[in-house]
Design a protein around this ligand. Structure first.
Ligand code: CP
Length: 317
């Protein structure tokens, strides 16, 4: 594997999940693979799980790790070519990226949607510049439109807990006080569409995702109807995608908060969320603390998804 930015990069999903289970059973099996190799993790945005799990994955493989927080201690980066740099950004990303590449063997990048321009976000301008100019394999640690390490961990978690061959998985929008990117729901939908699960998306009108991510999913605007018979409920907030509403909050209806009321019509569904989660906005305390909640095992599987991805990248160096 050269780069990892979306579901297509993982190849056969069934094989990838089997590999994840093998790694989980013996996570230090490839501890020599990364000897004398350096991972650089570049964060344009905050993180708890991605930072820790990816670093742990690299250590499992015997790699050295450098972490750079762009907004804490590094020079502020200009990202647009052609700009007269007389403002507060003393370094251009076009020099910074190849310099970073010269100090490492593999680069992970976290760069969220900025909501300044849908075109810029959906063209993955930052991530693609790393791929183009670093001279190194690059993997996404959540970019503007996708969060593939999270989605891979989500699938591993569902495969571990499913009781039916084709579980019903429902992704539901839930309220949040801030406008959040569509990366997690886009990516989850993309990975779900690569399975043969029954996949339903539910959200208030106006929160339609990019159709290329929705794919074959059923969209159901009635949340209670969507939840009927669900085996897994995946909650997430996202801001509007469509037209002039891109990046806006259109609804704060707290009846969409996942509670025992909706969970009661499921088939004793497991609750999932990528975390961090705002309790009693996205999900009630009761649901997230219930024995059916998978939020902790889901986060723990981030170490496994990252180990598989880094192992594959190292094998092709
Ligand atoms: N789920 C996830 O990516 O968590 P962090 O934002 O804390 O890395």
């Amino acid at each position: 594997m050269r780069n990892f930015t979306c579901v297509n990069d993982i190849g056969n999903l069934k094989s990838a999940v089997e590999e994840a289970f093998e790694i989980k059973a013996e996570r230090y099996k490839y501890c020599e693979l990364g000897k004398n190799k350096t991972l650089m993790m570049v964060f344009f945005n905050s993180s708890l799980r991605t930072r820790l799990s990816t670093q742990k994955a690299a250590l499992n493989l015997g790699m050295n790790v450098i972490v750079l927080d762009i907004n804490q201690g590094a020079w502020k980066l200009e990202t647009q070519r052609g700009v007269i740099m007389d403002g507060d950004r003393p370094e251009h990303i076009l020099e910074a990226i190849p310099v970073m590449g010269s100090y490492c063997d593999v680069i992970g990048v976290r760069s969220f949607a900025r909501f300044e321009s849908r075109e810029e976000d959906y063209n993955e301008v930052i991530l693609n510049q790393f791929i183009k100019y670093s001279g190194r394999p690059v993997f996404s640690m959540e970019a503007a439109t996708r969060h593939p390490l999270q989605s891979f961990a989500d699938i591993i978690t569902i495969e571990e807990h499913k009781k039916k061959e084709r579980p019903k998985v429902v992704m539901t929008w839930a309220p949040h006080p801030k406008a959040l990117p569509q990366a997690v729901p886009n990516s989850f939908a993309e990975w779900m569409n690569a399975t043969d699960y029954e996949f339903v998306i539910t959200h208030p009108k106006g929160y339609e995702l990019d159709p290329s991510f929705v794919g074959n999913a059923k969209v159901e605007y009635d949340q209670m109807k969507a939840f009927e018979g669900a085996d897994f409920v995946y909650a997430k907030n996202w801001a509007a995608y469509s037209g002039d509403n891109y990046g806006k909050i259109l609804c704060n209806d707290r009846s969409w908060t996942v509670s025992n009321r909706q969970m009661a019509v499921t088939d004793n569904a497991h609750f999932m969320h990528c975390l961090p989660v705002r309790r009693n906005m996205i999900v009630t305390d009761d649901v997230i603390e219930s024995p059916r909640s998978l939020v902790i095992p889901e986060a723990a599987n981030r170490e496994i998804s990252a180990t598989v991805v880094l192992k594959r990248i190292l094998m092709d160096l």
